[in-house]
Design a protein around this ligand. Sequence first.
Ligand code: CUA
Length: 353
Amino acid sequence: MRAGTLVPLEVFTRMDPSLLRNAGEQTTRNLSIFAPVSPPAESIRNLSILVFAITGFIFLVVEGVLLYCIVRSRRRAAGETKEPPQVYGSKPIEIAWTAAPALIVFILTLVTARSLWEINIEPPSRPRASDQTLLVTVVGRQWWWEYTYESYNGKKLGFTTANELHIPASEPGVARPVYLSLKSADVCHSFWVPRLAGKTDLIPGHPNSLWLQTEQTGLFVGQCAEFCGTQHANMLIRVVVDPPPVFEQWLDHEASPALDNPGVVVGKASFLAQTCVNCHRVRGTSAQGTYAPDLTHLMSRRTLAAGMVPNTPDELRRWVDDPQQVKPGCLMPAFGLSGTDRDLILRYLMTLR
Ligand code: CUA
């Protein structure tokens, strides 16, 4: 079954529709749980179809009997007011309508338990060399996603990035499972990329975990699925599944400190002199804030503001000028920078590739 329902994401959010396109990937706008590409999402799809089938059958039977009764017992012409035979306390009927629902609930409980068993796979307690496993800690924040890459293939990593999660594709015979440890820095959020895995909450003080694995490369989009404040609808998720060599290249690049570009020494000094550094981090500089997105490789991301707008010079300028115009209520205020300072800082930020 392939319903392939398309939910126009831009209807709900201010997201630029161009951000839903990705080279060679036509199905990016697809947010349907009926088009899974990862084992947990497949389990959920199979369970949903079974539940829809059973409950659909019950619906048809109940509505059928109802319609039959309405037609059968409708008001007739005068003189034809005979009531049907009235039955009281029939044992076989009592047994039938107790046993049948109990059996149905029992079956649904069993298949649900099996799906939970398939989906709830705990991350390995310690990464082993060449296990092809990626471990990432995801922290939900108002209103963006922080990703700390813990380890890949047994190698310890420990760098942090934001909003765009890159994972390696599996290949026939080589599984590359991805385990996300889900935490929250403030309120409850929920991580949901429908084609990759089920909805899993990020709860303050209670880490959850999520497992996914796919052979299909490309961009998969999702959405925070738990109301978490004014910009909840703009807390978008982008998961990029890369072929393994591309992923490893990305990983090496992302793990390295910021490139020092001699052309923007003044811009860098201006950035470091501002309060930006209290919240943002640029690895390799004195900016070591951890409250806001890590900017070390800012320009390697396609979007700003958790997937809302494309990461272009114009949008970046709008953002630095006044984030409240782009994402009202977000925790970064407008700093009222002079035009010169702003341009210097922008020029510096644009070298953070
Ligand atoms: Cu985060 Cu809704």
